[in-house]
Design a binder for this molecule. Structure first.
Ligand code: FMN
Ligand code: SF4
Ligand code: SF4
Length: 289
């Protein structure tokens, strides 16, 4: 059977998408067909049977994977020895998050042949401030990240890669900070985002939020408490109108979007108050505009 790869990734602002896309291109150069799938668009009844290789990619949050990836890893279809690989993109360090992901996959029967973290730039606006997408240094970091795809794909296809930082301490540290972050981010982020007066009620933030965490964006955006803290809404708001009180950057400062990345439009923006049913997730629609 010829090889076919499925690359499942989550990307808040495009770095992980860029790497996923580069890996897909590298597969293609070697005659391996691959499909890319953004996590927020993956159907619940995902079928991995047609694929001989499954890849999982994510941005590192608090030295771990985002909470939507944790939920997905728990429900990913089981496999009997299917080859798998893991990649993350990060600003600085990921502890054992790739090895932790590999362990989740191995529990589901996958054979993880390579799990690696790729250094790129920060997209986070609250604590450190994001990289400037127009800075030549940002482009250089992105090119450096993409340049590692050939070596990574060689590892995957040969089945002789490495699982980085695959030791119990690193994996435990990642698991602990990840769980802690998942518990806190709803409080720190979604309850505390502020909408500035220059918001034009365009609805984009609600359309692109991967967790349906934003509603009433045609009136004034409001937030539920199931935020991933991916900061997609903050970075893609055309008016830079979403801020956080803990931010270190001023209102009008830089936002990060990886060149060429356009987040999927996931749902129609809403106008009317949904209360008292605020916990009802609006129906997901894919709009190819
Ligand atoms: C909430 C949050 C937490 C982050 N935590 C880390 C971290 O622990 N270590 C790190 O190296 N980068 C961290 N980053 C940076 C991102 O992992 C990095 O910019 C990533 O490439 C973003 O990928 P994306 O553009 O696909 O969303 C964090 C970013 C955010 C938004
Ligand atoms: S994307 Fe920005 S301007 Fe548009 S509705 Fe959301 S907060 Fe307002
Ligand atoms: S509210 Fe913003 S930061 Fe939170 S999940 Fe949605 S897009 Fe990401």
């Amino acid at each position: 059977m010829s090889e076919r790869a499925l690359i499942l990734y989550f990307s808040g602002t495009g770095n992980t998408w860029l790497m996923a896309d580069e890996i897909a291109k590298e597969f293609a150069r070697r005659g391996v067909q691959s499909d890319l799938a953004a996590l927020e668009q993956v159907p619940r009844n995902l079928d991995t049977a047609p694929y001989s290789i499954v890849g999982i990619g994510f941005p590192v949050y608090a030295w771990c994977f985002p909470s939507n990836m944790r939920r997905f890893l728990k429900r990913i279809p089981t496999a009997q020895g299917k080859r798998a690989f893991v990649f993350s993109t990060m600003q600085k360090s990921s502890w054992g998050s790739e090895a932790l992901t590999a362990r989740y996959l191995e529990r589901k029967g996958y054979r993880v042949v390579s799990a690696r973290a790729f250094l790129v730039v920060n997209n986070e606006t609250i604590y450190y401030g994001p990289a400037d997408p127009c800075d030549p240094w940002t482009s250089k970091m992105i090119e450096n990240m993409k340049a590692q795809a050939p070596f990574f794909v060689s590892e995957i296809l040969s089945g002789k890669g490495e699982i980085e930082r695959n030791n119990a301490l690193q994996v435990l540290a990642s698991q602990l900070t990840g769980v802690g972050f998942d518990l806190l981010d709803g409080y720190l982020a979604s309850r505390n985002f502020r909408i500035l007066e220059n918001c034009t009620r365009c609805g984009l933030c609600e359309r692109i939020c991967p967790e349906a965490n934003i509603y009433e964006s045609l009136t004034t955006p409001r937030f539920r408490n199931r935020c991933l803290m991916c900061e997609r809404c903050v970075n893609f708001c055309p008016e830079k109108a979403i801020v956080h009180p803990l931010r270190r950057i001023p209102y009008t400062d830089i936002r990060y979007q990886a060149a060429g990345y356009r987040p999927p439009r996931l749902r129609r923006p809403t106008k009317k108050a949904l209360e008292p049913n605020v916990d009802v997730v609006p129906e997901l629609v894919t709009e190819n505009e």
